[in-house]
Write a protein that binds this ligand. Structure first.
Ligand code: DP6
Length: 359
């Protein structure tokens, strides 16, 4: 499909008001998206596990209005919030050519997260996907007749224009985004991974260790830009294609040892890109390294398949198969929690995607 296929052509402009509510999860990339072109097109393909517990719940109430500009209010956890408005305005500007009723209604956006606000967990993937899904439900209210496949594709297409990684949060359990040779894919939206997945990866677990709950040191917008003219950019983008191809086989065969290698290497490569860009950043904290070293030691000593991945920050995602749940949780409690701010971590697992809550 091409971008033009996502333009809402006709809708019933007599609808006065209504409301919809969605919950949408966060996701954790195994092969990382880092670097983008114009219009939120990724430089390389990525694949992620959709999560279950870490999610955003958004209610969108729309009311017909006369004036022609964008009009919306944002409430975060019950309180009016001005800080989110610029990002949502940019989102509206990017999607208005596809969501053609945007200027006809006033929107009340009420949103909350299941994870603590200042946890350092990026809420852009769950937040933008939840809002995109709400807008898709408004399209249905205004008379659009979509197959569920088209609905999900357009929701993902819109979410991508809010935040790239958000396009991987509509469905589960594994989602690919970005053209590549190994899987069915698109640069415009995420697609449920079409390959075989071995039972070793069923219910895969993710404990998010909150090492640094502060504001992000580098916003992802700035981060992606660092890949322009980066000395290792081309090799990195080629490596992501390669890693996705390898992961496809690993997922089919249940090869946990090689899964660990690809996933950890991807995380460290992402950070290596930031350390070798200009300007350069070190986003890991001493506690991030303590945790990584302890994971390596534990894995070697216990014949375990626990591994880590990182996003563009200091927090550590600890990934492990369901059959190691008890032992790894004990390890986290006994040895890793002390490296988290206030001992705080969140346990999550692979999920099936977003849900409509209310219409
Ligand atoms: C490091 O999706 O937050 O988490 O498109 O600018 O909103 P924007 O970027 P964003 O980038 C996240 C990148 C990452 C890796 C990943 O999720 O693939």
């Amino acid at each position: 499909m091409i971008a033009e296929d996502f333009i809402l052509k006709n809708y019933n402009s007599n609808v006065e008001s209504g409301s919809v509510k969605w919950e949408s999860p966060s996701n954790i990339a195994l092969v990382k998206y880092w670097g983008k072109k114009e219009n939120q097109i990724p430089e390389n393909p990525s694949i992620s596990f959709t999560l279950s517990n870490c999610k955003t719940i958004t209610k969108l109430t729309y009311t017909k209005k006369e004036s022609k500009g964008f009009s919306f209010d944002v409430y975060f956890e019950g309180e009016q919030n001005e800080a989110f408005k610029p990002k949502i305005l940019t989102f509206f500007e990017r999607i208005e050519e596809y969501v053609t009723f945007l200027r006809d209604y006033h929107f009340k956006i009420e949103t909350s997260n299941t994870f603590p606000h200042s946890s350092g967990i990026a809420s852009s993937a769950s937040g933008m996907s939840a809002l995109a899904l709400c807008l898709m439900s408004v399209e249905i209210d205004l008379g659009a007749d979509y197959t569920s496949e088209y609905f999900n594709k357009k929701a993902s297409f819109l979410a991508r224009l809010g935040s790239g990684s958000a396009c991987r949060s509509i469905e589960g359990e594994l989602v690919v985004w970005g053209q590549n040779e190994s899987t069915e894919s698109s640069d415009l939206y995420g697609i449920k991974f079409d390959g075989e997945v071995h039972s070793n990866f069923k219910n895969y677990q993710d404990a998010i260790l909150l090492v640094d709950k502060g504001e992000k040191q580098v916003s992802s917008t700035v981060g992606h830009k660092l890949m322009f003219g980066h000395p290792f950019a081309e090799q990195r983008f080629a490596q992501a294609h390669d890693n996705l191809a390898k992961l496809k086989t690993i997922l089919a065969t249940g090869d946990l040892q090689n899964f660990v290698k690809i996933v950890e290497s991807e995380a460290l490569t992402l950070h290596a890109m930031m350390m070798t860009s200009m300007p350069y950043f070190i986003l890991m904290k001493p506690n991030t390294l303590e945790i990584i070293n302890k994971i390596w030691k534990y894995r070697a000593e216990n014949n375990s398949n626990v591994c880590f991945t990182l996003d563009a920050g200091a927090n550590v995602h600890v990934l492990y198969p369901e059959n190691e749940k008890e032992s790894v949780l004990k390890f986290i409690n006994d040895e890793l929690a002390e490296h988290c701010q206030n001992g705080h971590f969140i346990t999550d697992f692979i999920g099936k995607g977003a849900k409509l809550i209310e219409k």
